[in-house]
Unconditional design. Structure first.
Length: 189
């Protein structure tokens, strides 16, 4: 069975959100903890979490089953976080990396598992929730260097993926895959 590393991008400041999304909570659980668990439960081993803004607070929430990678240039955008994460993953003996975002709280281990089932060194696959490509994205090791080289600004792997054949994996029966860009409205106001 192919070995897949789970790579969680959790470095952003969440300016539109009102603070780092990694520290946001649902039912008393920080999104960074939930997302790392989702990767692990979906078949990723090891799990690598990229931190940046609030790095110390985010890293303090994670246990020793997670490898924490610092993206010192996180403010340059998702591309910087992706490059830092891929650089850490290159040293690992894995066939593929599954890139997940911390602000997708409805994406569960079942989505991750469905993508992990496609793992191979030459794979490019991503979740589709019925409205076009989404996250997570599965990237075989044959593509790691190209993805890292193309990752700029907030575009991450988008440009690289646009130039290559990518398998869309239907996950519309499992989640809606919507990233959360604003905190929920306050009740009682």
């Amino acid at each position: 069975m192919p070995r897949v590393v789970g790579l969680l991008l959790a470095a952003g400041a969440g300016e539109r959100f009102g603070g780092p999304k990694a520290l946001a909570q649902t039912d008393g659980e920080a999104w960074v903890i939930r997302s790392a668990r989702v990767l692990r439960d979906g078949g990723c081993d090891p799990v690598v979490v990229v931190v940046g803004a609030a790095r110390d607070d985010v890293a303090a929430l994670l246990d020793d089953t997670v490898t924490v990678v610092d993206a010192p240039d996180w403010a340059a955008g998702m591309g910087a976080s992706l490059r830092a994460g891929v650089a850490a993953v290159v040293a690992l003996d894995a066939d593929a990396v599954l890139v997940h975002l911390v602000d997708l709280p409805d994406v569960g281990a079942d989505v991750v598992g469905r993508l992990v089932a496609h793992a191979a060194p030459d794979v490019l696959a991503r979740a589709d929730y019925g409205n076009g490509p989404g996250h997570p994205v599965l990237i075989g090791r044959d593509h790691w260097v190209g993805v890292a080289d193309a990752a700029t600004g907030d575009r991450g792997a988008r440009d690289y993926l646009a130039r290559h054949a990518v398998t869309r994996v239907d996950c519309s029966d499992l989640a809606d895959g919507t990233d959360v860009d604003a905190p929920p409205p306050m009740l009682g106001r």
